[in-house]
Design a protein around this ligand. Structure first.
Ligand code: PLP
Length: 413
């Protein structure tokens, strides 16, 4: 896999994996053997790690030797669902302090109908009444992006009815079709109405490391919080979900606890960031280490070429689909997801949906590839997401061949 600048993504081959695996096990075994020589309580000062970190990821890959000499850090949640929940709890606490704690039943949440069900789950946990969740319709006229006028209308109506708009979830890369909401326009409405604005970029946030895709987060400066999943399209194993908040105190005011058994000098003197107050669990996995390994081992330039290569492969597939008269690309591809379907015969949309469901089953039972599906404006749509490290052009060609063969069978051609 190569981009114009010559950066090639080379995953470890099996022999390298064997070698580094052995060395890692030796490292752990040596640690066990000498464990009594280590202090029980860490002897380092708060902040020591921060001082050892460079300001940014290296542009070029580094070797395992270089990385094992290094250190890592970060503010990471387990999943986008947890990220949405904790910011909603923070936003809920903030608004209830302003309007009074008995107003919970008046709080209203806004999003497009393309928003991930993680938002609905957050509302269920946070005690937001289902009838106070405004799920605003997005359609093909905006490529499934939320229209700001629709949001403004809903907010005004709710205020008139004595309700309290408090949380808006915008999307950069929806699950169904990778739609991108107009962040700046939505953010301005949120700001004018004292609504918390969260941006869910769980999948597509990774693409924004490339300057040419950064436009998709234009307006993100209006957001109160932003989340992307490094475990989706950033070569990091599950789980690793990155959450930024503009005002950390909104989270800590809602989630802080201070039991006696956790008190220690560094925390009491505010010398350390207590991430337990930014999340649901008390304990934290060392997720930053694996992200750090990814940044160091690949380097920013290789990660960019990795993303660009997937998008190029998706473009190739989109072109193959659009050249076939039996198929249509249902909504224009933006990142590396292609949404397509077999076209209806004689405008029979119901039969067309059944046929696309059958195509999905046939393709997936071939065992050669796995497609997922969604519904867009009532149309059953097949989704091919390109995002695996080992995917090459030949796999995409083979994918299309299998789809075409199964479709011909279904169409009796
Ligand atoms: N948001 C979007 C846009 C997603 O695509 C997904 C998962 O597919 C999620 C949220 C939920 O992610 P997680 O499993 O990290 O909670």
């Amino acid at each position: 896999m190569e981009n114009g600048s010559g950066n090639v993504l080379k995953p470890m081959d099996s022999e390298q994996l064997r070698e580094y695996g052995h060395r890692m096990v030796d490292f752990i075994a040596d640690y066990y053997k000498t464990i009594e020589t280590f202090p029980v309580l860490s002897q380092v000062q708060p902040g020591y790690l921060h001082n050892l970190l460079p300001d940014s990821a290296p542009d070029q890959p580094e070797t395992v030797e270089q990385v094992l000499d290094g250190n890592g850090g970060g503010v990471i949640q387990g999943s986008a669902s947890e990220a949405i929940l904790v910011v909603m709890i923070g936003a809920r606490e903030k608004v209830l302090r302003r309007v009074g704690k008995n107003a919970l039943g008046k709080l209203v949440v806004y999003s497009s109908d393309q928003t991930h069900s993680a938002l609905q789950k957050a509302c269920q946990i946070a005690g937001i009444h289902p009838e106070n969740c405004r799920v605003l319709k997005a359609d093909s006229s905006t490529n499934y992006a939320l229209r700001p006028e629709l949001l403004q209308e809903a907010v005004s109506k709710d205020i008139e009815a004595g309700l309290i708009p408090f949380f808006l979830c915008g999307n950069v890369g929806t699950t169904s079709s990778t739609a991108v909401d107009p962040l700046a326009a939505l953010g301005n409405i949120a700001k004018r109405n004292e609504i918390w604005f969260h941006v869910d970029a769980a999948y597509a946030g990774s693409a924004c490391i490339c300057p040419e895709y950064r436009q998709y987060i234009d307006g993100v400066e209006t957001a109160d919080s932003f989340n992307m999943n490094a475990h989706k399209w950033f070569l990091t194993n599950f789980d690793c979900s990155l959450l930024w908040v503009k005002d950390q105190y909104v989270l800590t005011e809602a989630l802080s606890t201070n039991p006696e058994f956790l008190k220690n000098k560094a925390s009491q003197a505010n010398l350390v960031v207590d991430y337990k107050d930014w999340q649901i669990p008390l304990g934290r996995r060392f997720r930053s280490l694996k992200l750090w390994m990814v940044l160091r081992l690949y380097g920013a330039e290789t990660l960019k070429s990795y993303i660009r290569n997937h998008i190029k492969l998706a473009k190739d597939l989109e072109q193959l689909v659009s050249q076939d008269p039996n198929f249509e690309v249902v909504t224009p591809r933006i990142f590396s997801l292609v949404c397509f379907r077999i076209l209806p015969v004689d405008n029979d949309e119901k039969e067309c949906n059944d046929r696309n469901r059958n195509l999905l089953d046939a393709v997936n039972s071939s065992g050669k590839l796995f497609l997922s599906h969604t519904a867009l404006s009532g149309k059953i749509v097949l989704r091919c997401a390109i995002g695996a490290p080992l995917t090459e052009e030949r796999h995409v060609k083979e994918t299309w061949k299998v789809i075409q063969e199964e479709a011909s069978r279904l169409l009796g051609k």
